[in-house]
Design a protein around this ligand. Structure first.
Ligand SMILES: [Zn+2]
Ligand SMILES: [Zn+2]
Ligand SMILES: [Zn+2]
Length: 463
């Protein structure tokens, strides 16, 4: 940290930094920060590890000897906006899971999985009214919504066009051209019912594949299974869409190939047909029926198992893992239940404010019971990442593997303390809080994280 950066902090923070750095246990504190991966909000634990054997009881480790008498462990948050370090770890785990199911040869999935039809699909939401957007044509970046024919004002006297060429960081992106024309209840209803719409899609896909192969549903189930992993992502306008890897397997638990004649292109075709057919009719508070469906902007790409095609299993896995760390937090709503009154105090744009108020109003209606608990998610209550049972391994299994690895590493450190195999290890842990003790500690942890990144980069460049 150079002197000018220090000068940018409040005097109190500078004092904290100086105090921490001047302590005799600073090196150990810095080591702990490194060990928890420079987590932004580490959990502080207090406790001890005892070894009990026939000869008696001995404290092998105690946080009494640690800086501030605590041990720092990772917060484990999935969201990049909350903890970059832990979200990277989460994205890494997701990638392992996705890649195992796409390429095989790991995590109990055989390499023969590469020959199964596999498609990377993006199912979008329909339009709820024109929003500001980035576009490109053959000449490069294009105008947002050019005038079509004779310029026309909407019923609220606003232009129906926008001739701006928006930059990627333009705050208008995703906001309606006219908020009064925009269908806010339809938008929230879509987010709320999106998990059911996805479920119906998987059923329709099975039916479509059965029909194409001239099979009954029961015959199809005996020959083929649809496995998938999907991630929900919020688009800029605040509506969810799904990215999914969809694969066909045979029956049973051994990742056999499907016993129907179909390739990845055929599967992509069936996905397109099924997506176009899915409908969900829901009742709105004013009594009218709303028919929900996916948007026409559907994308399907076949994934090439022999890694020669455009989209390899590696690419597809990386693409979906990236989305797994995003959330509604990008809209500034935080990660807990909230109310329109609380949101009014936050610095959110008018569009998000209206979405929140609409969700709150809809939540009053019996058909939308529970919606008020999901206002901070703009009405989306589904899992951000989910998979069918046999796609590949689970996140839990990947975490358990890493935990064992870390325990082995830790065991190596205290090996000399362990006398014999019959020693019983007893741990007593107590929650002491979340986050660093002072703003100064956070700053030190952040700058240590930045240094570690630079060192890794330098090592990569040198290699
Ligand atoms: Zn963390
Ligand atoms: Zn625009
Ligand atoms: Zn209007």
């Amino acid at each position: 940290m150079n002197p000018t950066t220090v000068a940018a902090f409040p005097a109190r923070t500078v004092d904290d930094i100086v105090n921490r750095a001047g302590r005799s246990d600073f090196d150990r504190w810095a080591e702990q920060v490194t060990r928890c991966g420079h987590c932004s909000h580490p959990v502080r634990l207090r406790g001890r590890v005892e070894h009990r054997s026939v000869t008696g009881r001995r404290v092998a480790y105690s946080t009494d000897g640690e800086p501030d008498r605590v041990l720092l462990i990772r917060c484990g948050n999935r969201r990049a906006a909350v903890c970059p370090s832990c979200s990277w770890e989460y994205a890494g785990d997701m990638w392992q899971l996705l890649y195992a199911g796409a390429a095989g040869g790991r995590k109990g999935v055989p390499e023969t999985i590469r020959s199964h039809p596999l498609v990377f699909a993006t199912l979008t939401a329909p339009g709820f009214g024109p929003v500001h957007t980035t576009r490109a044509d053959r000449c490069g970046p294009a105008r947002c919504r050019p005038v079509q024919g004779k310029p026309r004002l909407c019923a609220h006297g606003r232009p129906t066009w926008c001739t701006a060429i928006h930059r990627e960081d333009d705050p208008r992106l995703g906001q309606p051209i006219c908020p009064d024309c925009y269908d806010y209840s339809g938008h929230i209803a879509f987010n709320w019912h999106a998990p059911e719409l996805w479920r119906r899609f998987t059923i329709t896909l099975r039916r479509t594949l059965a029909r194409q192969n001239g099979l009954t549903a029961a015959e199809f189930a005996r020959r083929c299974r649809v496995s998938f992993v999907k991630v929900a992502e919020f688009q800029r306008r605040g509506v969810v869409h799904f990215h999914a890897l969809i694969r066909l397997d045979g029956p049973g638990d051994e990742y056999q190939p499907p016993q129907i004649s179909i390739d990845a292109a055929g599967l992509a075709d069936a996905i397109r047909q099924a997506t176009a057919q899915v409908r969900l009719t829901v009742e709105m508070p004013d009594g009218h029926e709303l028919i929900l469906r996916f948007g026409t902007q559907l994308d399907t790409q076949t994934v090439n198992g022999d890694s020669t095609g455009e989209l390899t299993p590696e690419h597809a896995a990386r693409y979906i893992a990236k989305y797994a760390t995003k959330s509604a937090e990008d809209f500034g709503l935080g990660e807990r239940r909230t109310t329109p009154e609380a949101v009014a105090l936050l610095d959110v744009c008018d569009h998000v404010d209206r979405l929140v108020r609409t969700a709150w109003q809809l939540g009053e209606h019996p058909a939308y019971e529970g919606l008020r608990r999901w206002v901070h998610m703009l009405g989306f209550r589904g899992h951000f990442a989910s998979k069918s049972r046999r796609y590949s391994t689970t996140l839990g299994a990947i975490r358990a593997e890493r935990r064992i690895y870390r325990q082995r590493q830790a065991a190596k450190d205290v090996r000399e303390l362990i006398d014999e195999e019959t020693t019983l290890i007893v741990s007593h842990w107590q929650f002491a809080g979340v986050g660093y003790l002072t703003a100064g500690d956070s700053v030190l942890a952040l700058s240590a994280a930045a240094r570690a990144r630079e060192q890794r980069k330098a090592a990569r460049d040198a290699a």
